[in-house]
Design a protein around this ligand. Structure first.
Ligand code: FMN
Length: 168
């Protein structure tokens, strides 16, 4: 299996913890962690498969480190590359924008020609609206450490099993 890149902000607490669970579940030798705060365009040449962390901030927005990189990302041709996106959110605190950042990032990746994997089931979440939801499923993996932390380990493990089947 080729190495997968997992890109998340090393400055976060919660997203970092979840990313570490994904790495452990994946097997550390199969995956390389990259800091989203110091992201270079060349990273996207060096791997074929990517897992991106997109926690939602500012009432339905991407965090600053992704916002800053988006102009570069939008110029890339990501055909032949495979992406899966997970993101932290708070379904009780922000029910109208639950995990919107996942949907925002996925849409940009799709416009660059990327193949998206890692869609998940809506079951077990309660919210009003989410840009992460499309056609009866989530376009990535929402994680809610505020309200459902005890579900995180199981969600991560089944997602990684699914990704390993979907990754070339
Ligand atoms: C100011 C602020 C705005 C937020 N906005 C949203 C939101 O719109 N949607 C959502 O699902 N979660 C929202 N959250 C919850 C965060 O996504 C959640 O706390 C997450 O765990 C943050 O992850 P991080 O600390 O790893 O970046 C917000 C949190 C804060 C503090």
């Amino acid at each position: 299996m080729k190495k997968t890149a997992i890109i998340y902000s090393f400055n976060t607490q919660k997203s970092q913890k979840v990313a570490e669970k994904i790495v452990a579940s994946f097997g550390a030798k199969n995956i390389e962690a990259i800091n989203a705060e110091e992201l270079k365009k060349s990273v996207f040449d060096n791997f074929d498969n990517f897992i991106l962390s997109a926690p939602t901030w500012f009432d339905g927005e991407l965090p600053n480190y992704w916002d800053e990189f988006i102009p570069d990302l939008e110029e890339m041709d990501l055909a032949d590359k495979t992406f899966a996106v997970f993101g932290l959110g708070d379904q009780k605190g922000y029910p109208e924008n639950f995990c919107d950042a996942i949907g925002i990032l996925v849409e940009i990746l799709e416009e660059c020609g990327a193949k998206i994997i890692g869609q998940t089931n809506l079951d077990g979440y309660t919210y009003e609206s989410s840009k992460a939801e499309r056609d009866g499923q989530f376009v990535g993996l929402p994680i809610d450490q505020e309200n459902q932390a005890r579900l995180t380990q199981g969600r991560v493990e089944s997602w990684v099993v699914q990704l390993k089947k979907q990754i070339k």
